[in-house]
Every structure is written in C-alpha cells, then in structure tokens.
Design a protein around this ligand. Structure first.
Ligand SMILES: [Zn+2]
Length: 171
C-alpha cells in the first residue's frame, strides 16, 4: 500500500504548476495504520495518510483528491505562513500510534523539519481562505495529473458524512 500511495503522490507532485514548486521541498507519502479518516502534511512536504482515508475512498481519484489538497497546502506554504503570523494552532491529540509511525518511518528528518513549529504543526487548523486556496490549487494539480477534480469534492462529502473525525476537513 505504501508503494501504491507513493506512486499516486509522485504523479501529483510532478503536476504541481511551476510557480508553486520550491527547491527545498521534498514530498513523501506514508500510510499510517489507523482507521480514522484523516490525512495531514507537514511544511516542506512529508505527508501521512491514515489507512482509513484510503479505505473510505471509492476510487483512486478520490484518494488523490485528498492528497492533492494536502500537497496544495504545502506548496502554498500555509503551515509556514501560519506559523510566522503567530496564529494559534489547533493542537489535536497525537496518539502514540501516529507518533510511532512518524518516528519509526522515514522520518527523523520529519521530526527535525517539523520541530521548529512544535508538534502542534502536525494538526494545523487552516483558515477558511487557506482551505479555499488548497481546494483550487489541489483541483488544478488533480486535473494536470489526469484525474477528474470533482472527485476531490466527492471525497470530502464522504469524509463529512462519516463524521468519524469532524476535524478532518480542517487539515
Ligand atoms: Zn485543508
């Protein structure tokens, strides 16, 4: 599953419009063995998708939609912008399982990259305007990668209907 998600992610990354590419960013995609429907990305590119998110998607385009949305947050430097503005982070509960996945994975570097923002950065709550921007750029990335961008909206409907994690749309 890791390889599959990584392949989809790579196809999305090459579809990022040139003006939103940043030399120092390294996108990576890891599956977290959690059934909650959730996904998040850290400033600079590391993304984590719960198994529950992948299982809830009815097709590849829907999974890609969530990933494209998260890639857009990163490409638009939303985490960094939010941190530098000194806005309050919404800090969610970080379970040992997620932390274990992060520490055990690719990701001493992930912790290092994220640490300047504190662990709260893992569960950044973005403003409505940032969400709108991520939807727009994410849809553009999807289309360039050959997916139907409408599947992003369909996936967010599934997420909202599941109500497993009401906060998920904030990420
Ligand atoms: Zn978002």
């Amino acid at each position: 599953m890791d390889d599959y998600v990584e392949d989809v992610g790579e196809n999305l990354v090459v579809a990022i419009p040139a003006e939103f590419r940043h030399a120092g960013f390294r996108y990576s995609f890891d599956v977290v063995n959690q059934k909650q429907i959730n996904a998040f990305a850290l400033p600079g590119g590391p993304m984590f998708l719960n198994r529950g998110m992948i299982e809830a998607a009815r097709n590849e385009a829907q999974m890609a939609g969530v990933m494209a949305h998260e890639i857009a947050h990163v490409a638009l430097r939303h985490g960094t912008a939010q941190a530098t503005k000194g806005q309050t982070f919404q800090i969610g509960a970080i379970t040992g399982q997620i932390l274990g996945a992060i520490v055990g994975g690719t990701a001493g570097t992930v912790i290092a990259q994220g640490s300047q923002f504190g662990l709260g950065a893992y569960f950044l709550k973005y403003s409505r305007e940032y969400e709108r921007q991520a939807d727009l750029l994410g849809a553009q990335i999807m289309a360039r990668a050959g997916y139907d961008p409408r599947e992003m909206a369909n996936m967010f409907k599934i997420i909202q209907a599941s109500r497993v994690d009401a906060a998920v749309r904030s990420g």
